[in-house]
Design a protein. Structure first.
Length: 251
């Protein structure tokens, strides 16, 4: 159930087990992928994960429904500020907004929340949001943060930025948004790794310090078939996590 498409009576009558809140970013993804890549990917995984959770629970004879919230499209992304179109907010603003938005849900009886994240820069802040949400004595809610590209098994090591994984998932879910005629140039000008590392420390604070076109990794290695595999892996992991969250006592 997409909250944005539902009526209030639909939500009242649904008795949702858990809410998925997609969280993304509006930031550069090289010359070939849209600024909204992280948000689009988070939404795709959230919706596929909701379907997987509902199917698994209903197969066991237990009615189940997931409320998929509207995505949060601007995150902690100042590291991409050199590239046109990128938007960002401070970590403090991000944490406050996401937490307060999620706190609307227990008011309506949806007290289990999974933040479905598509942007690496949000990871640290979302972990704190989930802890604060879960410790809030004003409600009985419990939340965790899930980042899709950390839940794709052996593929996770190829993440990069606008590289094979993000390009693959886009090709599988939003192929019309991938500028296929720019893939080769994106590959040729891409950096090999994220950052500039010395003694285990990344010396680069912003992405333009190590990648001229914003790409890390080879986007040509991410075809639609691989994207379907990634979507299945991420959505199955999300469904498994949701089942654990629904069954867990709040802290």
């Amino acid at each position: 159930m997409r909250l944005a498409d539902a009526t209030w009576t639909d939500v009242r009558d649904a008795d949702a087990d858990v809410a998925f809140v997609p969280v993304g970013s509006t930031e550069q993804h090289g010359p070939h992928a849209p600024l909204g890549t992280d948000t689009l990917d988070a939404v795709a995984v959230a919706e596929a994960g909701a379907a997987a959770y509902e199917a698994a629970e209903n197969e066991d004879g237990a009615p189940a429904e997931v409320a998929v919230a509207p995505p949060i499209p601007v995150g902690v992304a100042e590291e991409h500020r050199a590239f046109d179109g990128t938007m960002w907010v401070s970590p403090g603003t991000f944490r406050a907004y996401v937490r307060e938005a999620a706190e609307s849900l227990p008011h309506h009886g949806i007290d289990r929340v999974v933040f479905v994240n598509g942007h690496g820069g949000n990871v640290e802040a979302l972990a704190e949001v989930a802890r604060r949400f879960s410790r809030d004595d004003a409600h009985d809610g419990y939340a965790v943060a899930f980042t899709w590209f950390e839940a794709v098994g052996e593929h996770a090591g190829d993440m990069g930025h606008a590289g094979p994984l993000e390009t693959a998932l886009l090709r599988a879910t939003n192929p019309e948004l991938v500028r296929e005629d720019r893939i080769e140039a994106a590959r040729e000008e891409a950096a090999d790794r994220w950052g500039e590392w010395v003694s285990g420390v990344n010396l680069a604070h912003d992405s333009d310090e190590f990648t001229d076109n914003g790409v890390v990794g080879d986007p040509s290695a991410g075809d639609a078939e691989r994207g379907e595999v990634l979507l299945d892996l991420a959505s199955d992991a999300l469904a498994e996590l949701a089942a654990a969250v629904v069954g867990r006592e709040s802290i």
